[in-house]
Every structure is written in C-alpha cells, then in structure tokens.
Design a protein around this ligand. Structure first.
Ligand code: GLN
Length: 386
C-alpha cells in the first residue's frame, strides 16, 4: 500500500474537539471547546430565517458576498480607523480557522520559519505544518505570560518569515500591551517579516486592559494579515464566518488560497450576518458586560477550589493549575474530571510545545446556570480530590 503523507504523522486531531466528544460520551459539562450554550440575538435568528427564504442558495462571490463585505469593511474601519476597502482588502472565509490557514499559506513557502508563541491555540502549529512551514516556538512565561525579548529577537535573526499572534490570547487570556506590540512591530520591520494576527476575541477584553489592532501600528498595515471571526462576537460558532483583512497585494494572493480551499463561505449565512455587522455600539458594550459577569462568576468558583489559576485579561478561558492534584499528566487529570467530577476542560499540554502538564483550560462562554453547576462540581470534586 502507498504511504499516506508523512506531514500528517506529526500532529493529532484537535484535542479541544476530542474533549467535546469525551464530554458528550460521559454526559459531563463541557467547558472544553470554547462555544456558547446560549443563542445569538433573536434579531439575527430572524435574519437567518428571512435569508433562507430568499434567493441566496447558490455560491456567493468567492471572496465574500458584496453586501456582507461592505458591512464588514464599515464595521472594521470604524473600529480600527483604517480605511478598509470591501473590494480590495478582505476575504470572507469559513471561520477564522480557514482565515488563519489562508494567512499562513499566503505568507509562507514550504521551509519558511514561522514564530508561534507557546502556549498557542492548537491550530497554528498544524497550519504551519500543513503549509510546509516550520513553527519556531517562543514561550510566554506563566503566570504573566510575558516573552523574553532577546529570545524573540533571536528567532527573527534566525530568519523567521512570519509571526503568529493571538490577541487577546487563547488559551492564556493575555492581552498584549501596546508597548509589547510595538516591540514586535519593530522586529517585523527590521527583519522584514509578516505578522499573522488572530483577533477573534477583539470584543472580549476586561478593563483596564485594551485591545490594540496590530495593523494600526505605524508601518504595520503593509505586512499584517488580520484574521477575525463572527463566531465569538455574535455567538454563532456554527455559522463558520471569518475573514482576512490585509493590503491588496496580499489579499489578491489570499483569495487564490481561499478559492481553491473552500470556494466560499455559505451564502445565506453571509446574507443573514449583515444584520449582526450593523448592530449598534451598545451591542458590544452589552457583550462585554455579559462576559465581565461570566468571568467574575466562574473565577469565583476557581478561587474556591484553592488551586492557582490565570485571570484572563481578554477572551474567555482560564488555566487552572492542577499540579497539586498528583496526576502524572494533564490528560489523565482531564479524564478524571470528566468521569468523576462531571466537568470537562482541555489538557493544557495541547497548547504547549514544551512538556507542560500543570494546566487544564476551562472556558466560561456559558449560561449562568451552566457556570454555577460546573463551578459547584469543580469546587466539590477538586476539594475532595482523587
Ligand atoms: N476557539 C475555541 C476553543 O479554543 C473553539 C475551537 C474550535 O473548535 N474551532 O476552544
């Protein structure tokens, strides 16, 4: 028999998604894969019902339905102050999962090095390997998830073609300061590298932290591919709507990758999502207030477990330090939590390059009742221990 591609031997399927299957098998509360258990705004569901009855059943323009692109360009231009042209500066993708893959394949040739911070959202290493690029990991050091500037500089000196930054960051909750981003921008300029931004949590940032759009930093628009998504902002992870925003010379290439990967995102869903992109500013303030409350509620339970945990500055994850529980690996700990405590998280090792078994990642994009039920089980179960 022929041998299937060797590049597929070096990574596994997503552990995040595997944990969802495990939670479902055991009827455990799923705080593993980050998605809400509440509905998107009713207005958006109505817009979808209308769109489905309308004439949107064939392919949309491959790089995005014109009205959707116009609405998206308006929203992101207003937020960033950049003048984003819907015809020249963006590609609509099937979620930011595709957007990041498109960005990677637009920036990198096989053999190119790409810097990925560790811990990292597990897709990035797989994206690099699938596009033939070589991930070079730079550690974000717990508990504050800072990076060593000299180490990062050396990675650029050794010829990195691109750097991936998730900001606000999954899984560690870091919101990069403007000063940190300016340092990275300086390196990108000096060593002529691309910056691949994953900004899907742009609207979930806890005060006093503030999100800086990387493409708005001096000189950075030209070399940044900004990936975003509607999944988290509008609680529609199943709609699979994402985007890449970049200057025209990069978008014209990104379109080619996207065209041959997926042809396009679902036409009726793009049509419906225009409604979301036109929500007033108060929608985003309400979203933030909701996540402030979820974060406070869930972290309150984390505190009661008596174990150390990260306080996210943005996004909706916390890393619980389970080293005192005495498990050999975090995978073993996550299985025990699922089977015995009744709450499922993601073993932190799936976000790390280095052997790191101290953490379980939980997310709190859930209804208050779900968070209370999970929180009570965790407090009880972790205090009791094995
Ligand atoms: N971003 C979410 C997480 O980290 C969901 C990932 C996914 O399954 N696409 O859990």
């Amino acid at each position: 028999m022929p041998q299937p591609a060797r590049r597929l031997e070096v990574f596994t399927e997503s552990v995040i998604r595997e944990m969802t299957r495990l939670a479902n098998r055991h009827g455990s509360i799923n705080l593993a894969q980050g998605f809400p258990d509440f509905d998107p705004p009713a207005e958006l569901i109505d817009a979808l019902a209308t769109a489905i009855r309308g004439p949107h059943h064939q392919y949309a323009v491959t790089w995005g339905a014109p009205r959707f692109r116009q609405a998206l360009a308006r929203k992101q231009s207003k937020l960033t102050g950049l003048d984003i042209d819907p015809d020249r500066h963006l590609v609509v993708t099937c979620g930011s999962t595709e957007a990041m893959m498109v960005a990677m394949m637009t920036a990198c040739d096989p053999g190119d090095k790409v810097i990925v911070f560790s811990p990292f959202y597990e897709n990035y290493a797989a994206d690099a390997i699938l596009s033939g690029a070589i991930p070079v990991h730079i550690t974000l050091h717990a508990p504050n998830f800072e990076f060593d500037r000299m180490e990062l500089r050396q990675a650029f000196e050794q010829g990195a073609k691109a750097i991936v930054i998730c900001n606000p960051s999954n899984p560690c909750g870091k919101v990069f300061t403007r000063e940190e981003l300016l340092y990275i921008a300086g390196l990108a300029e000096e060593f002529d590298a691309f910056v691949l931004m994953d900004e899907v949590y742009e609207h979930i940032v806890y005060a006093p932290h503030q999100h800086t759009y990387f493409a708005t930093l001096p000189g950075m628009w030209e070399r940044t591919l900004s990936c975003g998504s509607l999944s988290k902002t509008y609680s529609i992870t199943g709609w699979r709507l994402g985007h890449v925003i970049a200057p025209e010379n990069l978008i014209s290439r990104a379109r080619k990758v996207h065209d041959f990967l997926t042809v396009g995102a679902a036409a009726p869903l793009q049509e419906a999502a225009i409604t979301a992109l036109e929500f007033p500013d108060s929608y985003y303030a309400d979203l933030q207030r909701d996540y402030d409350a979820k974060r406070d509620l869930f972290l309150g339970y984390m505190r009661q477990t008596g174990l150390p945990f990260t306080e996210p500055q943005g996004a909706y994850y916390t890393l619980l330090n389970i080293s005192s529980l005495g498990f050999t690996t975090d995978t073993e700990a996550a299985a025990w939590m699922t089977e015995t405590v009744g709450v499922t998280g993601v073993p932190g090792s799936s976000f790390y390059r280095e052997p790191e078994h101290r953490f379980i990642r939980f997310h709190f994009a859930k209804k208050e009742d779900t968070l209370r039920a999970a929180g009570e089980k965790l407090v009880e179960g972790l205090r009791r221990g094995r």
